[in-house]
Write a protein that binds this ligand. Structure first.
Ligand code: ATP
Length: 263
């Protein structure tokens, strides 16, 4: 479903992503794990037509986004770290707007909104303004909205950053359910090791712009002769994700999210 070959991105004289190659099968949940600045977001941006690769190729369900941007965009939904919801509108209106942008017929829009809001447990709150929602509800709404046009692939860039453990747990329960029901292929990035173990079928470990290992959690542990994914990560990168979690970039992001959620 996703085929990436020798993908590279250079900003002036700095190479943020270096010759990354991987495949994601239909219906698979693939997670990118890596410290701050490893190149995860830059990779997602190249996969989703936001950034043009310096070299290498991307294929999404058989389409090359560099050649057919609009065709490729219909194949995926995306949720970035920064919210793009209209907080002055209701949950229903946010969904409706997305359906209109994707030229979905009215009848299809109505059915899909109900299905997705139910899947993400927001149907009862559909008429409320998004500004009244908690951080976890906003995230779930963003994912539901990203799935409005029934994309084959869902990209999630650190979707649980700044959420409390209960909201994180709830979000992944819904995402996994969606993956099982609709067989949506999911590509995600996260800092949280427990999430990766719980949710991902396969994991890619990124460090300094390169994809240094990939496989199931069991395979990564076996490769590094370690007992936990955290130890495997340490053995591969020499740095701990916990240290990275409290980096200034993360603190700033979390601060911005708290501000955004009006807490
Ligand atoms: N537009 C840009 N111009 C120059 N350098 C950039 C640009 N975008 C990203 N970088 C650099 O590329 C590197 C990779 O950044 P990227 O955001 O992809 O990392 P990441 O793994 O997603 O980390 P984080 O978890 O902090 O988002 C970083 O060193 C970053 O400073």
């Amino acid at each position: 479903m996703i085929r990436v070959n020798d993908l590279t991105k250079t900003f002036k004289d700095f190479t943020a992503v270096k010759g990354v190659s991987f495949h994601v099968a239909p219906g698979e949940i693939f997670a990118f794990l890596g410290p701050n600045g490893a190149g995860k977001t830059t990779t997602i941006k190249m996969l989703t037509t936001i950034l043009r690769p310096t070299s290498g190729t991307v294929e999404l369900d058989g389409l090359n986004p560099a050649k057919d941007k609009m065709g490729a965009r219909k194949k995926f939904g995306i949720v970035f770290q920064d919210s793009s919801l209209d907080v002055e509108q209701s949950a229903y209106e946010n969904m409706e707007m997305h359906g209109v942008l994707y030229h979905m017929p009215k009848k299809e829009r109505v059915q899909r909104i109900e299905l997705m809001l139910n899947t993400f447990e927001l149907w009862d709150r559909r008429k409320e303004y998004v500004k009244k929602f908690s951080g976890g509800m906003k995230r779930r709404l963003e994912i539901a909205r990203g799935l409005m046009h029934s994309p084959k692939i869902l990209f999630l860039d650190e979707p649980t950053l700044g959420l409390d453990p209960q909201s994180r747990n709830q979000l992944w329960t819904h995402v996994k359910q969606l993956n099982e029901i609709e067989n949506t292929t999911i590509f995600l990035t996260t800092h949280y090791m427990d999430e990766v173990e719980r949710v991902a079928h396969r994991i890619g470990i990124m460090d300094h712009g390169g994809l240094i290992a990939q496989g199931t959690a069991a395979e990564l542990k076996e490769q590094t002769n370690t007992a936990s994914l955290e130890d495997a990560f340490l053995a591969l990168t020499g740095s701990s994700l916990r240290d990275e979690e409290s980096s200034s970039t993360d603190q700033l992001r979390e601060y911005a999210q708290i501000q955004g959620s009006g807490k």
